[in-house]
Design a protein around this ligand. Structure first.
Ligand code: DGI
Ligand code: FE
Ligand code: FE
Length: 194
């Protein structure tokens, strides 16, 4: 743990390390609350932004070096690359073989369909850690205590609205993650009526 923090400090700098440690704390609290494996959640949260402070050029060069296959949308921004690239890098740096940890890092920015509880918790902890400030965050924080899916749905809506306002490209995983949760919710309602 101490070794990881030392490496992290060098790689991502003090400010992002502070964000990272807040994500770890938030993620552990959610893991306790929702009975998720705390060891996995902790490692994934600690390493989720490992590739965040790289330039786009540097990110693309590293991705090529690792032979990482990235889609056409992902390669347009560091915001989208740093998840998949970070997962690939920490696999190498810290010899992490656990696919669920690597997936939680890969998909922490966009989410995806059918996430595991570990993936959901890392996604949400990143979104609601105490340092984050934006409209509607209090409602998402409260929701995260009782219903991970519903909180993620709200977070995705907030991100999609933000991206629309900025005229940014929306990754399909962001849309798939939202539609999947909507389908799950509708499915449950249909079952209740039956
Ligand atoms: O790395 P962090 O800043 O801690 O947080 P993050 O990995 O969730 O990244 C957040 C940024 O990623 C935020 O500016 C919105 C952006 N983002 C999330 N989903 C998408 C996206 N950007 C694009 N272009 N498309 C997406 O689908
Ligand atoms: Fe991130
Ligand atoms: Fe983050």
């Amino acid at each position: 743990m101490d070794r990881i923090i030392e490496v992290l400090k060098d790689r991502i700098g003090e400010e992002r390390l502070n964000h990272t440690l807040s994500v770890v704390e938030e993620a552990l609290s959610l893991a306790k609350r929702h009975k998720a494996p705390e060891d996995k959640v902790k490692i994934a949260a600690l390493l989720h932004d490992f590739a965040k402070n790289l330039t786009l050029e540097e990110s693309l060069r590293l991705a090529k070096e690792y032979g990482l296959k990235l889609d056409d949308v992902t390669i347009t921004s560091t915001e989208l690359i740093h998840g998949p690239l970070g997962a690939r890098m920490v696999k190498e740096y810290f010899n992490i073989g656990d696919q669920e940890i690597l997936n939680a890092i890969t998909y922490h920015t966009t989410g995806r369909e059918n996430m595991t509880t570990v993936e959901k918790i890392v996604f949400l902890a990143d979104f609601i850690e105490p340092g984050r400030e934006f409209e509607g965050i209090q409602i998402i924080r409260a929701k995260a205590l009782e219903d991970l899916d519903e909180a993620i749905f709200m977070a995705l809506d907030s991100t999609i609205s933000y991206l629309l306002k900025k005229k940014s490209i929306i990754h399909v995983n962001t849309v798939h993650a939202r539609n999947f949760l909507l389908g799950k919710r509708l499915g449950e309602n249909i079952n209740e009526k039956a």
